[in-house]
Write a protein that binds this ligand. Structure first.
Ligand code: ASP
Length: 354
C-alpha cells in the first residue's frame, strides 16, 4: 500500500469511528470491539412460573408459541437490517405488550384498586444509558416510554402520572386506561381479593407474563429490556424489579445483557440482573455459570422464584429458571431458533433446573 493510500485509509477510519462515537456517551468501562460478533440474535421471555402442561389447552399453547415466534421475528428482522440491539429489544417487546396473553401492556394484571399500573425499563450495553417508567397507566407501550426516558430526558426512572405526562409530551401513543384490562385478569384479581393475597403473576396458567428481550447486534453491541404489569392485587404504588436497572434489567457490552422475570422483591434484593454481569466481569465466570449462580444460588438461597435471559457479545446465551416453566425463545444468525415453555422442553435447561 502506498503511503498516500495508507494515510487516506487512516483518515476514513477516523472519520467513521468519530462519527459512531459522537452520538453516544460511552462509558470508559466499555471496550472497543475489534471485530463483529461471531453470531448475532436475540433471546426473549414471556414470564416464568408454576406452569405445567395440564394448565394450558393445546389451543392456548399454540397461541403462546405463535406470539413468541412473532416477537422473535420482529426483533430478528431489525437485527438483520443492521440496526442496533436496542431497536430489536423494543420491537420484540412491543409485540408481546400488544398481545393480551402476557402480563405487559394489553393484558396486564390488576392492582388491588382495579387499575393497571405498568413498569418497564431498557438499557443499552454500548452506551451504558438506561431508561425506565414505573406505575404508568396511559402510555400504550411502556417499553417505548422507558426508551424515551433514556434517549430524551436527563433521567433514568420516571414514575406514575409524571411518567405518563412525559410519554405524552414525547408523542407516544396514549390509550384509555381500560385498554389494558382483560376479563381473565379481572377474574384473577377477584380470586386474589377473595384470598386476600398479593399474587405474583406466576403459578398456574393464569399466572405468567412479564416480558423481556436481550439482543446482540451485528456490531456486537448489547441491549436489554423488560416490561410488566407487576403482581395481581398489588397496592400502595408497589414497584417490582422490572423497572429497576440492575434488578430486572441490565446491559454492559463488557459482560452481558439480562432481563429477569419472577418475584420482584427478591430480584431487587439480589440486584439480580447486575449480579450476572458482575460475576462475569469481576469474577471471570462464563455467561452460563453466572446466570445459573444468580438464579439457583443467590435467588434460590432466599426463596426467590423466577428466571432470567442473558446474552453476551459473542452471541452466547443462557435462560435458567427455578420455576417449572418459563415462556422463552431465541433466534440467532447461525440458524439456531426455537420457542419453549416447560423445563422438560429443553434438555440443557431441564438439566440445570434439577
Ligand atoms: N418481576 C415482576 C414483578 O415483580 C413480575 C413478573 O416477572 O412476573 O413485578
Amino acid at each position: 500500500m502506498s503511503r498516500l493510500s495508507w494515510i487516506l485509509s487512516c483518515a476514513v477510519f477516523c472519520v467513521l469511528a468519530c462519527d459512531r462515537r459522537a452520538d453516544v456517551e460511552r462509558s470508559p468501562m466499555t471496550p472497543e470491539r475489534a471485530e463483529p460478533a461471531p453470531r448475532w440474535g436475540l433471546v426473549i421471555h414471556g414470564g416464568a412460573g408454576t406452569i405445567d402442561p395440564s394448565n394450558l389447552s393445546p389451543e392456548q399453547e399454540r397461541e403462546y408459541r405463535t406470539t413468541l415466534d412473532a416477537a422473535l421475528s420482529a426483533g430478528y428482522a431489525v437485527l438483520e437490517s443492521g440496526a442496533p440491539a436496542m431497536d430489536a429489544v423494543e420491537a420484540a417487546i412491543v409485540v408481546m405488550e400488544d398481545s393480551p396473553l402476557f402480563n405487559a401492556g394489553k393484558g396486564a394484571v390488576f392492582t388491588h384498586d382495579g387499575h393497571n399500573e405498568l413498569d418497564a425499563s431498557v438499557m443499552d450495553g454500548y452506551t451504558q444509558q438506561a431508561g425506565a417508567v414505573a406505575g404508568v397507566r396511559t402510555v400504550k407501550n411502556p417499553i417505548r416510554a422507558a426508551r424515551a426516558v433514556m434517549t430524551d430526558s436527563e433521567h433514568v426512572l420516571l414514575a406514575s402520572g409524571g411518567a405518563d405526562a412525559f410519554a405524552r409530551s414525547r408523542g407516544l401513543e396514549q390509550v384509555d386506561p381500560s385498554y389494558f384490562g382483560t376479563p381473565m385478569r379481572r377474574e384473577q384479581l377477584q380470586r386474589a381479593l377473595e384470598r386476600d393475597a398479593v399474587v405474583l403473576d406466576h403459578g398456574g396458567s393464569d399466572k405468567f407474563g412479564t416480558v423481556g428481550a436481550v439482543a446482540v447486534d451485528q456490531q456486537g453491541h448489547l441491549a436489554a429490556g423488560t416490561s410488566t404489569g407487576g403482581m395481581t392485587n398489588k397496592r400502595w404504588g408497589r414497584v417490582g424489579d422490572s423497572p429497576i436497572i440492575g434488578a430486572g434489567t441490565y446491559a454492559d457490552d463488557a459482560s452481558c445483557a439480562v432481563s429477569a422475570t419472577g418475584h420482584g422483591e427478591f430480584f431487587i434484593r439480589e440486584a439480580a440482573a447486575h449480579s450476572v454481569c458482575a460475576r462475569m466481569e469481576f469474577g471471570g465466570a462464563s455467561l452460563e455459570d453466572a446466570a445459573h449462580a444468580v438464579v439457583f444460588d443467590q435467588l434460590g438461597a432466599i426463596g426467590g422464584e423466577g428466571g432470567i435471559i442473558a446474552i453476551d457479545a459473542r452471541g452466547m446465551m443462557a435462560a435458567p429458571f427455578n420455576t417449572p416453566g418459563m415462556y422463552r425463545g431465541y433466534r440467532f444468525s447461525d440458524g439456531s431458533d426455537g420457542v419453549w415453555i416447560w423445563a422438560q422442553d429443553h434438555p440443557r435447561e431441564a438439566a440445570a433446573h434439577e
